[in-house]
Design a protein around this ligand. Structure first.
Ligand SMILES: [Zn+2]
Length: 544
């Protein structure tokens, strides 16, 4: 049997290779547990859609930690909790930071006590899990499993009286056992108490870690199916448009092409072939599934009437034979969202003609067309109908006649150029799809100085770093450390046509200078530098 080999080395048997991408016999249970492409996604913080690690916090700590095995991801799951992130030692370093520094060799891996070295070995001698605390109680104070469980309950349920009892018992028994001194017992118990403030158990953390690895595996090897599934789920999200936009920004980093909805596809929700993902018609804001079902029915019945498939209709056939069968609001949204682009006309021109066409009176002018052939264009159709009935036309009154003549002149001399400007297309797609697909906001600014895209930056491009990007998120916060705590700074999320970049840092000096430009939704030109954790640091900002 043929096999397909990925660049990372993973390979799977091919079931069918007749399409542009072979169909593989893939089973997540059999996926290799140590694929370099998966670790690379984690190291680059590309964890959108990866179980439990997709928030900005998850992305940023993945980049810092660069996990290389399941133990590292499990620990990260436990360490990304408020207790571990916020409990600072006398040097202002959190448990999470200690763990990361030790993993990277920036801090000595020093056992709390030689007797505990083995228990804490998987976590660089940092107390991460509930099970470790319980084992420490057993080793140093001879706790029975029952006693250790008392500690777990007291810590987990935050019962101070219970905890005081356990502490007393721990120190007394530890002193009796004599592995540590009373003072050491007291110190170690303090550490247990603080690390267990929001304790997490290892079994839970490992279950999360395997799921995170599996989702990252799917993302690294089958990105099209991965994003298709997430986009399909996102349609039901309370914040559907925002989530869809975030997924599409992210998918661009992996070269996934998400296309405009198309009436040719007639799919209510996202669809996917082996190359692209396409928006569904019911993903257009304001179009429900019920409207799409009705649309499909009407298309089928009109196909029968015309004796040819939808894809073969001309624009005038669509207009004359079909457009009045569906609500104008639906038609207008389909055009503005690009779902009728396959007619190869500008969206403005289609809107203009549809608006004129729907103004025909149902029982006179429109009915006149019932037994007529399809005209070559709307202009000719209107010229034909805009005659008195006696002369073979379809107009009943003088008033209507002059109205139709006004429409004919509107067609001959449109009030504005009927071309689709990038800004107009952008605004419409953004409103109806949540994200512009034909153009990017960045396309509308002067990008002559730009040297780097979001994707280039993530791929490790060398400086200089001048990026043109839309500010997707600006998260202002106050500094906690340093000489002058309490100053305003910000974390930015950027997006351009190549993808998105999170964790861009704007320190207090730059923030004070450029905060007026740093507004969500704005396009800016950012001059930056690479920081020590790999984050882009904002130096200068210009309006885009
Ligand atoms: Zn692989």
């Amino acid at each position: 049997m043929k096999t397909f080999r990925f660049n990372c080395g993973c390979s799977f048997p091919v079931l069918d290779d007749s399409g542009s991408f072979p169909l593989l016999d893939f089973d997540i249970e059999k996926a290799p547990q140590n694929c370099p492409a998966v670790w690379d996604l984690f190291a680059r913080g590309m964890t959108k859609g990866v179980f439990q690690l997709e928030s900005n916090l998850g992305k940023s700590w993945c980049k810092r930690l660069r996990p290389e095995n399941i133990d590292h991801i499990a620990a990260l799951n436990a360490l990304l909790r408020p207790g571990c992130l916020e409990a600072l030692d006398e040097n202002g370093i959190s448990i999470t930071e200690h763990y990361v520094k030790r993993k990277k060799g920036e801090e000595e891996v020093k056992p709390l006590h030689p007797a505990l070295a083995k228990v804490l070995e998987p976590t660089f001698q940092v107390v991460v899990y509930q099970e470790q605390s319980m084992a420490i109680c057993q080793i140093l104070a001879g706790f029975s499993l029952n006693d250790a469980d008392e500690f777990r309950k007291a810590a987990g349920k935050k019962l101070p009286e219970q905890m005081a009892k356990v502490e007393k018992k721990f120190i007394k028994q530890a002193e009796e056992l004599g592995i540590v001194s009373k003072k050491e017992a007291e110190q170690i118990f303090e550490i247990l108490k603080s690390s267990q403030r929001y304790s997490f158990n290892a079994s839970h953390a490992y279950a999360y870690a395997y799921t995170a690895y599996d989702t990252a595996y799917l993302k690294a090897h089958f990105p099209l199916a991965f994003y298709y599934s997430w986009l399909d789920c996102a349609s039901d999200d309370a914040q559907a448009l925002e989530e869809i936009a975030a997924l599409i920004d992210d998918s661009r980093l992996l070269d996934i092409e998400v296309k405009l909805p198309s009436v040719l596809d007639l799919s209510p929700s996202f669809s996917c072939d082996r190359k692209i993902i396409r928006f569904g018609l019911a993903n257009i804001k304001g179009i429900g599934e019920a409207s799409v079902c009705k649309l499909i029915e009407k298309v089928k019945s009109t196909e029968k009437e015309l004796g040819k498939g939808f894809a073969e209709w001309t624009w005038q056939e669509f207009l004359q034979r079909f457009s009045r069968k569906i609500p104008f609001g639906l038609l207008e949204k389909l055009i503005r969202a690009g779902a009728l682009d396959y007619f190869k006309r500008s969206r403005q021109e289609m809107l203009h003609e549809v608006e004129i066409w729907v103004e025909l009176k149902d029982n006179t002018e429109a009915a006149w067309f019932a037994d007529k052939e399809v005209f070559p264009s709307l202009l000719e159709a209107l010229k034909a109908v805009a005659r008195p009935r006696k002369q073979g036309g379809g107009v009943a009154t003088e008033k209507r006649l002059s109205f139709l003549h006004s429409r004919i002149s509107l067609l001959e001399n449109p009030p504005a150029a009927l071309t689709d400007s990038p800004l107009w297309v952008l605004a419409n797609e953004e409103e109806l799809l949540g994200v512009p697909l034909t153009y990017h906001r960045v396309d509308t600014c002067d990008s002559s100085a730009v040297t780097c895209s979001c994707r280039d930056y993530l791929a490790g491009k060398m400086p200089p770093y001048v990026l043109a990007a839309e500010l997707r998120q600006v998260k202002m916060m106050k500094t906690k450390r340093g000489d002058n705590p309490g100053q305003e700074m910000a974390f930015l999320s950027l997006a351009d046509a190549s993808g998105s970049l999170d964790d861009v840092v704007c320190f207090p000096d730059a923030y004070a200078q450029y905060k007026d430009l740093l507004q969500e939704g704005e396009v800016v030109i950012i001059h930056g530098e690479k920081g020590k954790n790999g984050n882009l640091i904002v130096k200068r900002v210009f309006s885009g």
